[in-house]
Design a protein around this ligand. Structure first.
Ligand SMILES: [Zn+2]
Length: 197
């Protein structure tokens, strides 16, 4: 039996995705062997996470009111790529092929679970649409929730702006952020005008 302080560290690390008890133990022993400074840096990095906020324009992670992407004047602010999460945003951003801006919904419509459009970052998306915006790209998961959201957004926006959707090469039920970069890149470049059913 470990001393409670050490046991506590293991249990906290075990909460991380993909970290089993054995790995958590190994990590805890590794941290134990670090210098005071290294340990403090780790604590600080974790404590600082709550300083991050949501960009007031797009909902992306940001240290300031407006994120780096929204404040970048070299980007095309008239092309908005809509994603479900920050993870999805970075999956597309890391392709290095998209120079527009984003809008993070923070979820998808899920009627059985009671997640409705007004609980998502959708009203602020509607407000961003003006006559200068020329394309809204829906980069949502190919799941029931993603499809429902895509259909809803298409109906909401199609009379104001061109709405396109990623052309997926991944089976229904897949996740955007787990899609390999090549497939995602193809899905982005092959996007098509969305037609509501
Ligand atoms: Zn932003």
């Amino acid at each position: 039996m470990y001393p409670p302080t050490f046991e506590n560290l293991i249990l906290e690390l075990h909460k991380l995705p993909g970290v089993g008890m054995k790995s958590a133990e190994r990590m805890a022993f590794s941290i134990l062997g670090w210098s005071d400074d290294q340990q403090k840096q780790l604590s600080k990095a974790i404590a600082d996470v709550n300083k991050l906020k949501q960009c007031k324009i797009c909902g992306n992670l940001s240290e300031n009111e407006v994120c780096n992407i929204c404040s970048d004047t070299d980007r095309d602010h008239n092309q908005i790529c809509v994603v479900q999460s920050e993870k999805d945003l970075y999956a597309i951003e890391n392709l290095g092929e998209f120079n527009g801006v984003y809008h993070v919904l923070h979820g998808a419509i899920n009627i059985p679970k009671g997640i409705l459009p007004d609980q998502l970052n959708i009203p602020s998306l509607e407000k961003r649409i003006n006559s200068n915006v020329n394309e809204v790209i829906l980069a949502l998961d190919p799941t029931m929730e993603g499809e429902t959201t895509a259909m809803y957004l298409t109906r909401l926006l199609e009379n104001q702006v061109l709405v396109t959707k990623l052309a997926y090469g991944i089976p229904f039920g897949g996740k955007l952020d787990y899609t390999d970069p090549r497939t995602l890149s193809k899905a982005l470049s092959g996007r098509q005008k969305e037609k509501p059913e």
